[in-house]
Write a protein that binds this ligand. Sequence first.
Ligand code: C2E
Ligand code: CA
Ligand code: CA
Ligand code: CA
Length: 277
Amino acid sequence: LAKHDNLPLFIYHQGLDESHRRELQLIQDLRPALENGDIFLVYQPKVSLAAGNCQHAEALIRWQHAELGFVPPDEFIRLAEHSGNISMVSRWVVRTALAQAGVWWQRGIRMRVAVNLSIHDLSEPTFMRELADTLREHPEAAQYLSFEVTESMVMSDAEQVIKALQQLRDMGFSLAIDDFGTGHSSLAYLKRLPVDELKIDKAFVQNVNNDAKDAMIVSAAIQLGHAMNMKITAEGVETAEGVTALKQLGCDVVQGYYFSRPIRAADFEQWLEKPIQ
Ligand code: C2E
Ligand code: CA
Ligand code: CA
Ligand code: CA
């Protein structure tokens, strides 16, 4: 009986060891994966409702691990943050997205690529300095790239984040607040954010056409953003009905599986060839 009593605890510990081992392996494999192509970027179109075209894409990171298979970005980005590796990842993302945008612009595809930043990037002097260096070498980078920071990042240290965003703005980058509606930002801070775009979180977008309260929230966010001279993007748009509802509410840009999943650069170019429904 005593043995059986210990069983759940034993399983629990074994489970912990297992996930701990996975974490250690992922942290160890991060740098080689960035170098050998196991980590790569995919791109998701952001469709302008007024123009009916796509001039912006969001870059999203992917890891196809040789042994572990697909590792979700939420998992390894968090690990990279906690293990002090996030600026290595972010620098790689910026470099890769910039190179891709450069290729596109050379071919006449004038795509601005949005890169997701981590809170640590904004408080990392080296990261900011390197961006400034990149810009001196490639002044066109300001036109090729934009950055997304989440609303909860802003609220974790508003004064510091506003300062960093202002620096990025001064360098010429356009900026978006991501996951808007989930980060509890106060309106006082929202007013002071030097950003061009609000991205309404998909939690509010997904039922916008059949949930009256979600529609009210989205509508209020659109009016609030417009009053502050921001463009409004809805993320997580999955249906034609959703697009219609968002258009009626005055949304500027839509992004989601309805148009395309995030895809490799070559597939993205093919997607651009087809008319947008
Ligand atoms: P996010 O920045 O809010 O990205 C939006 C997420 O929604 C992406 O998940 C995207 O694939 C997914 N998505 C797009 N359209 C739809 C849709 O219609 N329906 C649904 N259900 N989902 C949709 P993903 O790629 O798994 O990324 C998750 C999060 O990981 C991102 O959330 C972002 O916070 C983080 N992340 C991804 N790439 C990077 C990166 O390069 N750097 C950093 N720091 N974070 C990244
Ligand atoms: Ca994003
Ligand atoms: Ca988001
Ligand atoms: Ca998110």
